[in-house]
Design a binder for this molecule. Structure first.
Ligand code: 4AD
Length: 462
């Protein structure tokens, strides 16, 4: 039988091929044996629901290795699909043949029904086999499809920006260095960029944006979807050292166009989650964050609010709550301010635009007031900032001026400056943090639980 003729448990539940003899492959969730009957709950990772394998008293002798079937074992079971009498499951399997592909030890860690998320992070290689992380990993995959579908439908090209870079585009200085010089070598070889692999200092990229700009200025509308790396020492529930970012870049676009695309993009993901991820969203609504379905429904249909940074400071200054850091023009908005705006004041997603020049990266277009830049952050309740973007500075002289003021070396970014030198094009783009979006859609409280193998300070075990 061809690999592609195999049926997953999800397909069996959909198609309900009763009276057909089929083979399923999966991992034992539980085994319940009584005098007359044994039930094996088998899950193959294709869906949340287990397939129940039912072995009657008279049948047990025929299935010789039944006594070795334990929680966690991997099985290949051939049997007949029948209607189930049990509540909540349309079909079950009466096995004819049962092969144990891999036995499980009695100390297999996933014996209990429920484990804390903290414990499951310690066994990140096994947690995808639990209900919550099975759902989450399938959800992650589906939302990624939706992202590609969205851009395909709007004529954007998917491009690949490099992982190894020679610059810290965001200017925060929080980078991982890339070198063939081992820090662990006993012979004292000092780091030496000139004699290192690339002949200059290199880092893991913090953003694919700068290269995406070059591609947008050739192909029109493009997007990247890849891992980015930040060595910031932020041990919070919203920060990862390695996270995935979607970075669209549009030629002949300004800040208004940017906002229009961001809003359509975020709403498309909400709509897709509601329409195409019904099992996952129902699970989140029941087990992770009550009321999530309603909230995402509201976002999918609502118009996002829009204010400038100056207006945001004004709202915060007049608020009757006491902030740890007093709101003042020129300061970076802290989580407490972002949450107040999105949760209390607007009670929904809000765009904050036109931030002070000093707060933002060198590549953002300077506004006519010369004090602010054409930047945008999208803030949402609970998670805070999920998108950061801007219209790009496309004027050569202005870009040089910004780079000088922000001490960004022009020599390593000569090619980037070149894009504005002989000819130039207005353009804009943004970055959506994939994990923050997944947190928002699912209601999951900790970013470490929406990525299979999280990287955070002092944590790179798996
Ligand atoms: O605002 P950021 O730093 O923007 C950029 O990197 C731009 N180059 C994007 C662009 O214009 N093409 O990051 C964008 C988003 C944030 O809004 C947030 O959702 C996410 O990336 N993000 C993180 N997610 C998880 N862990 C971290 N440490 C993150 N830092 C940023």
């Amino acid at each position: 039988m061809s690999f592609f003729d195999r049926k997953s448990i999800r397909q069996l539940f959909e198609q309900r091929p009763t009276n057909e003899t089929l083979t399923v492959r999966g991992w034992v969730r539980t085994v319940r044996a009584s005098k007359n009957v044994t039930f094996i709950e088998l899950n193959d990772g294709s869906t949340l629901t287990n397939l129940q394998i039912v072995i009657g008293a008279g049948e047990a002798e025929k299935i010789q290795n039944l006594k070795y079937v334990q929680t966690g074992a991997s099985l290949i079971v051939t049997g007949k699909i029948t209607h189930s009498q049990a509540k909540g499951q349309p079909i079950e399997m009466i096995p004819e043949q049962l092969e144990i592909a891999g036995e499980a030890l009695p100390e297999y860690p996933l014996q209990k029904k429920r484990h804390s998320f903290e414990y499951l992070r310690e066994i990140a290689h096994l947690r995808p086999r639990t209900n919550t992380f099975g759902v989450m990993n399938r959800f992650r995959s589906k939302i990624a499809w939706c992202i590609h579908e969205f851009f395909r439908a709007h004529d954007f090209y998917y491009i690949h920006s490099p992982i190894i870079s020679n610059n810290d585009a965001e200017g925060a200085g929080e980078v991982f260095h890339v070198s063939t010089f081992s820090p662990y070598e006993t012979s004292p070889r000092k780091p030496d960029p000139v004699n290192d692999f690339f002949g200059l200092p290199t880092v893991l990229t913090v953003t694919g944006q700068l290269q995406a700009e070059a591609l947008a200025l050739a192909l029109g509308n493009v997007y990247t979807f890849g891992p980015t790396f930040r060595a910031e020492n932020s041990n919070t529930a919203r920060h990862l050292s390695e996270f995935w970012m979607i970075e669209p870049e549009m030629a002949f676009a300004d800040l208004d166009d940017d906002l229009e695309v961001i809003e359509a993009f975020v709403r498309a993901q909400c709509r897709f989650a509601l329409d195409e991820c019904t099992e996952e969203m129902a699970f989140f609504d029941q087990w992770i964050a009550k009321g999530r379905l309603e909230l995402i429904r509201k976002i999918a249909d609502s118009k996002f609010q829009r204010i400038t940074y100056t207006e945001a400071i004004d709202i915060l200054s007049k608020a009757t709550v006491t902030f740890e850091q007093k709101p003042e023009w020129g300061m970076d908005l802290k989580t407490e301010h972002e949450r107040f705006l999105a949760e209390k004041h607007f009670n929904g997603p809000v765009f904050v635009t036109d931030y002070p020049f000093e707060l933002k990266a060198f590549y953002m277009k300077v506004n006519d007031d010369r004090k602010t830049v054409a930047a945008v952050d999208l803030l949402v309740p609970e998670v805070g900032e999920i998108v950061g973007g801007s219209q790009r500075e496309h004027r050569y002289d202005m870009l040089i001026e910004s780079m000088e003021k922000k001490h960004v070396p022009c020599d390593v970014l000569e090619w980037y400056l070149d894009l504005r030198k002989d000819t130039t094009t207005p353009h804009a783009g943004f970055g959506l943090g994939f994990e923050r979006m997944l947190m928002y859609l699912s209601g999951m409280q900790n970013i470490r639980d929406v990525i299979p193998f999280p990287r955070t300070p002092k944590n790179c075990k798996f």
